[in-house]
Design a protein around this ligand. Sequence first.
Ligand code: HEC
Ligand code: HEC
Ligand code: HEC
Ligand code: HEC
Length: 472
Amino acid sequence: MQVLREILSTVVPAKAGTQRRSWKRHWIPARRNPAWFFAGMAMMGAVANAQTLPYHSPHQTLGAVTCASSLCHGAVRIWKDSPVLQNEYVTYTRTDKHTRAYKVLFNAKSQRIAKNLGLKEGAHNAKICLDCHAHNIPENRRGERFVFADGITCETCHGPAEKYITSHVNPVTDPAAHHQTNLENGLYPLNDAMARAKLCLSCHFGNKDRLVTHRIMGAGHPRMSFELDTFTEIAPKHFVVDKDYSERKKVWDGVQVWATGQALAVAETMDIMVDDKRGRDGLFPELVLFDCHACHHPMSDLRWKPKSVFGASVSPGLVRLNDSNMLMLRALTATLDPALGEKVREQVQKLNRAVAGEGDTKAAAMELKKLSLEAAPVFARTEFNAGVVKRVMTALIDDGLEGHYSDFAAAEQASMALQSVGAFLTKQGALPAAANFNASMKKLNVLLANDEKYQPAQFVAQMKELRNWAGK
Ligand code: HEC
Ligand code: HEC
Ligand code: HEC
Ligand code: HEC
């Protein structure tokens, strides 16, 4: 009900006058009508959970040119009186790296990867590459103005526009326009952290449909690393979360986005693990599910430790899972819902044992997936205020001091997590030593510049410094 109160408190009295006010006026009666409101909330939930990923949508993709008129999203300058910026197309095409995603498939690196994999058609024609580097939808869902070479573009993320193109117009000028109607017409709910995680992870980690497998990495593909809040922040912004945004749709705080991203990453990993095709590669399990440096490190560099945050380590000489997202999920749940946190801890331990041959891997993975999907709504309803976020920060640092980030992937996730919680507390004015904290974070990130040179002991030492600035 916290969320409900927050949304209701944003309702402002209607005043006739400027265009902007008249646009708001249109919203208020609907919000004040409880029947509509609750139906709307219920639908929002249903839409967010059952939302079809854009590439699975049956609707037609119309093509970026349809979005790019100067009166729509192709304005050169920001429109003052519009709820959205309207220069999104220009920002996107000039600065967003997604515009390169398709082009890189023509470069020498991609062609070498394709050759190593025996893809005779070349990377730029190979489905396994195009699924993540372009908007590779079936022919019959491509509209007349769809241009394949546009690659990843508006509709790849926001959903095919066939049905919402006419309904998603500016609510200032068209009082009938409504976010809920747009969602019903196939607009993908990118504001919703769970839905966003599902979409971004579908390319930045993979899912049952597509995956950068160990074979693709062995052929030369870069190692994947992703964290939802960090990647949302580092992508050039073509939107602003301001007052009118929060009146149109729910705002998810950065820390909440990070937390939700972790829960979904664990769930998706478990899905891949139990999938008969994806989870295996011949005699072996799919190796991207494991910690890369469990295998790729010199033999003289003895790293095994008898204990981890998940309890006693199974045994030396075994390939460890990549448990970086599980570590984040455990730190979060242990702070916000200790009983669930304990279940997560026990379940990861069970999974580790099962992978080592002591138990049923599929059953253990499905149970962990279930727990991570139980955690997501906990994160959605938690009010991430300064007090809560400070406790999360302390939990992350304490795990670091205990040496639980001895794998590079874990250290990398921990660093992105600390960045996210640090930014939140700084914004709230709740991190008195923010300047020192950020300087320490910079040094921490230097230690992560090269995964092959990562030294866990240095990371722990840097965590000690960070601890000084985190406060009580
Ligand atoms: C599951 C989705 C996925 C698949 C499948 C995939 N990629 Fe990628 N690829 C990505 C993502 C995401 C990145 C960006 C990684 C980052 O920067 O964090 C990337 C990065 C790259 C890069 C480096 C880009 C640069 O700007 O330096 C190349 C080259 C590349 N991929 C080629 C390929 C080729 C060739 C294939 C097919 C054999 C392929 N990829 C399959 C998702 C995928
Ligand atoms: C890589 C995914 C991605 C691509 C590609 C993309 N967007 Fe977005 N867009 C987002 C995310 C994430 C948000 C912020 C969350 C939200 O929708 O509220 C956003 C927000 C927006 C908003 C603001 C919505 C609001 O309610 O204030 C507009 C407008 C928009 N995008 C238009 C475009 C257009 C036009 C293009 C193509 C030129 C485009 N986007 C390409 C991910 C993407
Ligand atoms: C259709 C697949 C796809 C989807 C969906 C997608 N990405 Fe990407 N993304 C890529 C690929 C491929 C690249 C690499 C482009 C390159 O550098 O050549 C990339 C690059 C990026 C980069 C630049 C990373 C860097 O190294 O600087 C960011 C940031 C990013 N994506 C964020 C997001 C976010 C946030 C979302 C979800 C809103 C998202 N992406 C959705 C495929 C995708
Ligand atoms: C179970 C052990 C194991 C794990 C875990 C593992 N690899 Fe590998 N990797 C191998 C083996 C074995 C080879 C083949 C070595 C060869 O051809 O000499 C290989 C080859 C590679 C190669 C090609 C190297 C070459 O010499 O051409 C790359 C790149 C690579 N792995 C990256 C990764 C990444 C990234 C991860 C984590 C996501 C990972 N590996 C996880 C065992 C592993």
